[in-house]
Design a protein around this ligand. Structure first.
Ligand code: ACO
Length: 333
């Protein structure tokens, strides 16, 4: 049977580090508030002129090298992002051009912080159905361009970065020990669209002076409401993939969650009965990088040898939409 293996992983984060102490000089906040309420200590910020496709390309090149795959062999490039270079063309097309991936189809996927799980689910479907054999999936964001740097309730939370995986078709059954994607689940609830949104700049509120006057070009979030639903839905999504695979939380080597807030992650871990050793957390260094956060955390888990070939990892995400989802993978590279 055909399954999807992660053949290579690559990440990129901009060099510029923005610390909580620097934020203290920008808005009415404190390192103590940010650390205790979110777990975040610093985040990376893209350089002037550096856009999501630039971050994507750097991560993509690293992933292709890691996989030993030539860009010319890619069938599809999928960029999960809420901060594309422009509304169109797709950032994935800019990456396709940058890589000279001459055979590849390319499109963006908009599921905010759940983008990487959504992308993995879509790519897995293409590979399992036999449509494509080699796919580049990227989660990349320049959140620093869409946060309101005058709004202390949101600007302290987000950061920039990118992570990419090369996905390949393989023969083998991940449920029975072969590397690959075991299960995916993705969900949405558009009734809460305004919990996290960027209201301006699209067809509902096109660009213009009024938009700028009302600061509608920036991200808005109802943090408290989002917090509660995030915990509930991440737990449910985790249980559904585990049940479908006939696995218990204790059989997981690691849980690699979207890095939104340490308190959300602690609450999810407690509800699932997952230990601190199993949880991969790096939001202290990167903040919430939206679609990039799962591959960035995956990179750390692999580098720290907390995820080795044959181990099972649970990927878990929640974000604007609302969207959420989960993937179970058996690590192979
Ligand atoms: N510094 C100091 N004080 C602050 C700051 C700050 N940076 N931000 C808010 N406060 C104040 C508020 O004004 C409020 O003051 P008040 O009591 O005088 O009114 C107080 O702190 C408490 O504010 P809350 O919003 O209740 O703080 P909370 O503990 O809920 O933390 C947070 C806010 C961190 C946003 C939290 O709600 C959260 O993490 N929510 C979930 C975010 C999330 O999961 N997003 C999903 C992904 S994002 C995406 O998809 C793009």
């Amino acid at each position: 049977m055909t399954s999807t293996v992660i053949a290579g992983l690559g990440t990129y984060t901009p060099a510029r580090v923005l610390t909580n102490h620097e934020l203290e000089r920008m808005v009415d906040t404190s390192d103590e508030w940010i650390t205790s309420r979110t777990g975040i200590r610093e985040r990376r910020i893209a350089a002037e002129g550096e856009a999501t496709s630039d971050l994507s390309l750097a991560a993509a090149r690293a992933a292709l090298l890691d996989a030993g795959v030539d860009a010319a062999d890619l069938d599809l490039i999928l960029v999960a992002t809420a901060t594309p270079d422009m509304l169109f063309p797709a950032t994935a097309c800019l990456v396709q051009h940058g890589l000279s991936a001459t055979r590849a189809a390319a499109f963006d996927l908009s599921a905010a912080c759940s983008g990487f799980i959504y992308g993995l689910s879509v790519a897995d479907g293409f590979i399992r159905s036999g449509t494509y054999r080699t796919i580049l999936l990227i989660g990349a964001e320049t959140m620093s361009r869409v946060v309101d740097w005058e709004d202390r309730t949101t600007c302290v939370l987000f950061g920039d970065g990118a992570g990419a995986v090369v996905l390949k078709a393989a023969e083998g059954e991940p449920r029975e020990g072969a590397p690959g994607v075991i299960e995916n689940r993705i969900y949405s609830d558009g009734s809460a669209w305004d919990f996290i949104c960027l209201p301006g700049g699209g067809s509902r509120r096109p660009p213009g002076q009024e938009l700028v006057d009302r600061r509608l070009q920036f991200l808005r979030m109802r943090g408290n409401e989002t917090f509660k639903v995030a915990v509930r839905n991440m737990e449910r999504a985790a249980r559904e993939v585990l049940d479908a695979a006939g696995l218990k939380p204790e059989s997981l080597k690691v849980v690699v969650p979207h890095q939104a807030n340490i308190r959300i992650l602690n609450a999810v871990a407690e509800r699932l009965g997952v230990s601190d050793e199993q949880m991969v957390i790096n939001l202290d260094a990167y903040g919430n990088t939206s679609a990039a956060s799962i591959p960035l955390a995956l990179r750390d888990a692999v580098d720290q040898e907390r995820l080795l070939p044959g181990d099972v990892a649970l990927l878990l995400a929640f974000g604007s939409g609302l969207t959420w989802g989960s993937s179970l993978i058996r690590w192979g590279c």
